[in-house]
Design a protein around this ligand. Sequence first.
Ligand code: SAH
Length: 340
Amino acid sequence: MENIYNYTLDELGKIVEELGEKKFKANQIYNWLYKKKVKSFDEMTDLKKDFIEVLKNKFVIGSIKIDKKEEDKDVNKYLFKLKDGEYIEAVLMHHDYGESICVSSQIGCNMGCKFCESGRRKKVRNLESGEIVEQILLVEEDVGTRISHVVVMGIGEPFDNYDNIINFIKIINDPKGLEIGIRHITVSTCGLVIKIDSFAKDSGGANLAISLHAPNDKIRSEIMPIDKVYKIKDIMKSIKKYIDESGRRVTFEYVMLDGVNDSHECALELSHLLKGLNCYVNLIPYNETENIGYKRSKIFKIMEFYDILKKNNINVTIRREFGSKISAACGQLRSRKEEA
Ligand code: SAH
């Protein structure tokens, strides 16, 4: 049985035709799933009874469920249980501009970033598009409000699950689907360069964020094994091409690790690297976790780093913090569950 949330409207139209029905029935099904948000085929009252039976034999509506929830001011953290007994997480953040959700893209992650909790466990499998869509649907249902912004920055490397991420974007962006504006969708990658090139063509204009975290390969290779495959100059080359072709601004994420990548020299080197590029830098205060030795940079260091970038005309922000009390950072809830 397939999860019906896995399909774009176009794909569902083709399947419906193969099942001997008119293609437009897929619009009706989409309407039930994403506008009326029903959870059973029997509720799809404008479909014929025998077609409903066909659908029931082929599809399930949803396959994940909320296992646990932690709440804090302006942030909810969710642990989901999947059909194979695995766990993933999502975080809902309340901003002035609306509700934003951070979703997971894989179970585990193979990128092995030294500071990251999610990387402590190897990838078990990719998430299906529908399992990513459902993180949004279930959280919306739980809080009773519409989610307007989506970031793919939870557990996993989205570009290591590329096709499903592209389909996920199509499903949630579709006016007949969840209708989340394409400019409100952001995918974050540690820099799988070959996929950066295709993302410009396939994403429909979604935002791209690169987890850079270092201004040179010496530091980057110490904290991010992917640097052994793709060097910073490879990333910069494809990012320049991406910006030229898409006309979009790119975000560079830079997690501030005490004594590792937060010096004056690093800030100057980073300014030099990004000079003249249509981008901005998001400085992320590191969320310390009990299992990993890295420490968060001192706040004055973060401010100094910020000032140097500003002085060098680099657009920069410091990420507002959410949920450090409730282990909202990057795989901590799941780690606790599995190590308990
Ligand atoms: N694999 C993707 C997306 C998931 S991680 C990527 O690398 O971009 C989302 C972001 O959180 C990345 O920038 C990642 O480096 C960062 N991150 C991981 N652990 C963190 C922690 N403990 N504190 C702050 N940021 C962290």
